[in-house]
Design a protein around this ligand. Structure first.
Ligand SMILES: Cc1cc2nc3c(=O)[nH]c(=O)nc-3n(C[C@H](O)[C@H](O)[C@H](O)COP(=O)(O)OP(=O)(O)OC[C@H]3O[C@@H](n4cnc5c(N)ncnc54)[C@H](O)[C@@H]3O)c2cc1C
Length: 389
């Protein structure tokens, strides 16, 4: 027997059920399920409801039900057109917006430039596509990176065609979603940092990323973060991720940051908590303010020491030892014994990392951790996972 094509088999009953219904016009693959559903409805009607099919097709609907149908279908069309228009004109309004497109660079515009110390600026960058509609996004397009841990982006110097890594600062409440803030220290004769310091509001720059630097474990009980200079940017990332960025029920860790700067102007207003009277604040620097806001939001969970070279305050083994002893294990007993639940970060310029934890090494074509050395290498901190950023 010749089998009729599927399309025809389903087509006929649909036309018979209701003459009001438009014929199913789409191709078999896209519209077949709908036609199939309509067909099966006729076959499951209980016997008592069954009328001769001719009656169903010729029955005249009452005039007011016709009017109602017209209103409903008009509303449906208006709603459909409105929704389609919204999504066509706002392609990025959903939560899964992708700003970056690795390995390509993405254009951003500088929308704000703040001098935060004689050597450092904070640049606020907005994706080019959002410049005219800064409030277009409803959710943070970098949320996945914020939930994971520390991350960076590369910025290109267009004349030299070189790129350097920079660490986004956590977003401020109320900032347009999609904006990125970067703390950039001007290095002496530095090619990319020097170039970035010459740019003003409205300049365009090209970014590539995001690059994950350290994936924070789910359960962290204690963090000690030793930051030198701009190494404070990843410290802020870790604090943000563990205290704010993750939406989990896991108990939040205790975190202690030591921020070592060459000059007081780099961390204006920040006190050494071990000797709070030593410095009387005249004004508070931008980064110190952001650290203080985090501390106020999470009382008892985040503490910060500010050490300044020109004031004769240096990071030493005594300080590291006292910070690594005052942990949850001492306070509450050894509940969490996993090695990666206690994290000791060292982040900053090469010389700082070398002195505190020994040099990083090139391993298999990329920069690896190298052996643990420096001050920490001599201390034998066995229950801490040490990570150089
Ligand atoms: C993951 C990561 C995140 C980072 N995040 C930040 C951040 O948030 N903020 C930030 O400011 N920096 C950050 N950095 C550092 C940043 O990437 C750059 O290294 C820094 O800005 C200097 O780059 P530059 O091109 O300006 O300097 P470069 O031109 O690379 O020079 C660097 C230094 O070396 C010296 N130098 C260059 N060439 C020579 C030579 N031939 N002989 C002797 N000395 C030389 C220069 O005088 C300068 O002092 C980060 C780095 C990494 C790896």
């Amino acid at each position: 027997m010749k089998t009729p094509p599927l399309g025809r088999l389903y087509w006929r009953p649909v036309n018979i059920i209701s003459s009001n219904r438009r014929p199913c016009r789409a191709s078999r693959t896209s519209k077949l399920p709908q036609c199939q559903r309509q067909f099966s409805l006729t076959s499951v009607r209980p016997a008592r409801d069954r009328k001769p099919l001719s009656l169903v097709t010729t029955e005249k609907p009452k005039s007011n039900s016709k009017g109602k149908k017209r209103v409903v279908s008009t509303l449906a069309i208006v709603f459909g057109l409105g929704t389609a228009f919204y999504y066509i004109s706002n392609p990025d309004s959903g939560s899964n917006t992708k700003i970056f497109d690795l390995p390509r660079f993405t254009p951003f515009t500088i929308v704000k430039r703040e001098e935060v110390s004689p050597t450092s600026i904070i640049l606020t960058l907005r994706p080019q596509t959002l410049v005219n509609r800064p409030r277009k996004l409803v959710s943070d397009p970098y949320q996945i990176s914020w939930e994971k841990g520390t991350w960076s982006v590369e910025i290109k110097q267009p004349q030299l065609q070189i790129a350097r890594a920079y660490t986004p600062l956590p977003p401020n409440k109320g900032d347009p979603k999609g904006d990125l803030r970067l703390l950039i220290r001007k290095e002496h004769k530095g090619e990319v940092s020097g170039y970035l310091h010459t740019l003003g509001v409205g300049s365009q720059i090209h970014l590539r990323g995001p690059h994950e630097e350290f994936d924070l474990p789910e359960r962290v009980t204690d963090v000690v973060f030793l930051a030198g200079g701009t190494g404070i940017a990843p410290a802020l990332q870790v604090a943000y991720t563990l205290l704010e960025g993750r939406h989990t029920d896991v108990e939040k860790p205790n975190m202690h940051i030591v921020w070592a700067s060459r000059k007081r102007a780099d961390c204006e207003g920040g006190a050494d908590v071990s000797n709070p009277n030593a410095w009387e604040a005249r004004k508070t620097g931008r980064i110190v303010q952001e650290l203080e806001i985090l501390q106020q939001k999470h009382p008892g969970q985040l503490s910060v020491d500010y050490l300044v070279d020109e004031e004769g305050k240096f990071l030493d083994q005594k300080r590291i030892s006292s910070l690594t002893k005052a942990t949850t294990e001492v306070k509450f007993g050894a509940r969490h014994t996993r090695i990666d639940s206690k994290l000791l970060f060292v982040s900053g310029p090469e010389g700082f990392i070398n002195y505190i934890a020994g040099p990083k090494r090139w391993e298999g074509g990329k920069e690896g951790q190298g052996q643990l050395g420096g001050l920490i290498g001599q201390m034998g901190l066995r229950t801490w996972k040490v990570w150089k950023l």
